[in-house]
Design a protein around this ligand. Structure first.
Ligand SMILES: O=C(O)CCC(=O)C(=O)O
Ligand SMILES: [Fe+2]
Length: 346
């Protein structure tokens, strides 16, 4: 289905970057402090009187941190809870049972386990993940989804629908804040087929049990469109801003939203795709479940024409997402921060 890529990068295709495999030299020794806070935005009034104000809050967040959290977002909170429950249920199955869902060289959808050890016990982090396509339907393989817990498949189907709808509600208000018709960003990401690529991944980090808190997923910006992150109650997501790491407080009923590289490109640099990383916890498990709403693979993404003029020249070269992904993102390797998007700058 895809050009041959190294094992390490196969994992990340169409989703997020892979694991950190080297000892982590800047792991914090304790809780980190930051002068900044990622805003929490209440979407309760998004479809009525509050839209203009909420839109401004979202735009401000996208123009600075590239990250914000949302509550009252319209996704059923019981469904969010259920997805955490069935995902954890799956990760807690005996290894032999999970093995039957393992990713293979020809199939990037499924389960993977890595036990990363490096240098004098400095890093000893076991992490599990699963990754699945939810759209386009031609790539969705429900037969590869876990059969156990029994409610996994039904929960995933419903979550795919509700998460997509939330992503599209956010894209519509973000389009308006760029001064454009509400459907603009969604239509651009979907391309001529009308089907965006959306995928889900779950990162499950076992306790690091070391004095240092370990990096589970190295510093990166998300290569795609918009990411909706569902977290459990264990903190670990950190956003890099002005050379500080801002910790994001998990909200069980909320989502952490961030703009990926393609939104930075489409908005001609106005909305930022910001570097972040996922940390493990010292003494308990941690799970984060990103839903990625990405462009159709064969569709060219470039700064929106309406946002380019003599005073605002295009800052990025256009490329298909496929080209961007393989020739810019995968080729650079994982954990290289914002290196990818820098290469597409004019
Ligand atoms: O573990 C986390 O919170 C980081 C998740 C993330 O950034 C990703 O999967 O792209
Ligand atoms: Fe990410």
């Amino acid at each position: 289905m895809f050009p041959e890529v190294a094992n390490e990068t196969r994992d990340v295709i169409l989703g997020a970057p892979g694991r950190t495999v080297s000892p982590n030299t800047d792991a914090p020794k304790g809780p980190i402090m930051s002068t900044y806070q990622i805003p929490v935005i209440d979407l309760a009034d998004l479809q009525c009187t509050g839209r203009a104000k909420i839109g401004q809050e979202i735009a401000q967040a996208c123009e600075s941190f590239g990250f914000f959290q949302v509550v009252n977002h319209g996704v059923d909170v019981n469904l969010m809870h259920k997805l955490r429950e069935v995902s954890k249920g799956f990760f807690h199955l005996p290894d032999e049972e999970k093995e039957q869902y393992r990713k293979t060289p020809d199939n990037i959808q499924g389960y993977a386990h890595s036990n990363i050890k490096a240098g004098e016990n400095k890093l000893n982090l076991a992490s599990n993940d699963f990754f699945y396509f939810l759209s386009p339907m031609s790539k969705r393989r429900e037969d590869l989804w876990p059969r156990d817990p029994p409610e996994f498949r039904q929960t995933m189907r419903q979550y795919a629908k509700e998460a997509k709808e939330l992503a599209e509600r956010l894209l519509s208000v973000m389009s308006e804040m760029l001064g454009l018709p509400p459907e603009t960003l969604q239509v651009k990401l979907q391309g001529p087929t009308g089907e965006a690529t959306y995928t889900i991944r779950a990162n499950f980090y076992l306790p690091s049990r070391t004095e240092e808190i370990q990096v589970g997923l190295g510093c990166h910006s998300d290569p795609g469109g918009i990411t909706l992150l569902l977290q459990d109650d264990a903190p670990g997501l950190q956003v890099k801003f002005n050379d500080e790491w801002i910790p994001v407080q998990p909200l069980l009923d909320g989502f952490c939203i961030n703009c990926g590289d393609q939104i930075e490109i489409l908005s001609n640099g106005r909305f930022k795709s910001i570097e972040h990383r996922g940390m493990a916890c010292r003494d308990r498990e941690r799970m984060s479940i990103p839903f990625f709403y990405n462009p159709a693979f064969d569709h060219v993404i470039a700064p929106l024409e309406e946002l380019v003029d003599d005073a605002h020249p295009a800052l990025y070269n256009g490329a298909t997402y496929e080209h961007y992904f393989f020739n810019v993102f995968v080729k650079r390797g994982v954990g290289s921060g914002k290196q990818y998007i820098k290469e597409t700058r004019v």
